[in-house]
Design a protein. Structure first.
Length: 285
């Protein structure tokens, strides 16, 4: 389905949770000298103008990143995330929002590699255009594929470095994506059991969404961590996004404690009504 455009949702509460976790994964992997690959199965356009026609129409960032922008009491991992967004803007004004590909590109060292999949015919052209402006070093480290990331991922695993982060975050507009995510993760673990996999999913009034985390927990993996952020009660008409979740397979050992510290604060700040809540659970190796 090609109706989805992430620019409508750039910087919203779901992006905050997804990218807060991603920044921690990228920083953790950079602590070792050995190189790693970052693979994004659904890369989108890579970066977004918050005052543009798409993001400006819905202004979802105002109830997401904008609520954190001027705070001076950020928990450590929230501060790390906001630092990355600040670096993407030229002054104190919040005008641009980096998607996962650009957060990863900023974290890349010379020896690391970036592999991006995008199937949407318009989004991939914008993604390519955005990366053309990043210079020769980024171009050398990056490959962009006009392909289905669920399928394309198989050919890249295991990466030559035997270290890697894989972000799996389709739009889920097609309900078959829920089953494909479970299948994709299971197949990926057969090829690269030690990889770090981060699966994002929406909290919506759909049975597949409510069952996804349980299905992911049954995929054979040494360890996993599951965090959710609910910002409001589901709407009476069943439409809209009331929260999101991140399911991380083979997470860094420090991530659980960092999330335990940050999530109560983040839930309070991003709450849209009294139903706001978070959850955090996992399994250790």
């Amino acid at each position: 389905m090609f109706s989805y455009r992430h620019a409508f949702h750039a910087g919203n509460h779901a992006d905050v949770l997804k990218h807060l976790v991603l920044v921690q994964l990228l920083r953790y992997f950079a602590q070792k000298d050995s190189p790693y690959w970052y693979i994004d199965t659904h890369a989108g356009a890579g970066a977004y103008a918050l005052d543009g026609d798409w993001a400006g129409k819905t202004a979802e960032f105002e109830s997401g990143i904008a609520r954190l922008w001027t705070r001076d009491d950020l928990p450590a991992i929230v501060a790390d995330y906001v630092e990355e967004i600040v670096a993407f803007n030229q002054d104190e004004f919040l005008r641009y929002y980096p998607g996962s590909p650009f957060l990863a590109a900023r974290a890349m060292r010379d020896r690391d590699r970036l592999r991006l999949f995008e199937l949407h015919p318009t989004e991939i052209e914008v993604l390519r255009s955005n990366f053309r402006g990043q210079g020769k070093d980024e171009a050398r480290r990056t490959m962009i594929y006009a392909a289905d990331g669920f399928e394309g991922l198989k050919a890249l695993l295991p990466p030559p470095t035997r270290r890697g982060i894989v972000l799996i975050d389709p739009s889920y507009e097609d309900k078959r994506d829920y089953a494909r995510v479970v299948e994709c993760l299971g197949e990926a673990l057969k090829r690269f059991a030690t990889g770090c996999y981060a699966v994002w999913y929406p909290q919506v009034s759909r049975r597949e969404s409510q069952q996804l985390a349980g299905r992911l927990a049954r995929v054979p993996a040494r360890s996993w961590l599951h965090v959710t952020l609910t910002v409001r009660k589901p709407s009476s008409d069943g439409l809209g996004l009331h929260g999101s979740g991140m399911f991380i397979v083979n997470p860094p050992w420090v991530l659980e404690a960092a999330l335990k510290d940050a999530m109560p604060w983040l839930t309070r700040v991003l709450a849209q009504d009294a139903a706001a809540a978070f959850s955090l659970d996992g399994r250790q190796a």
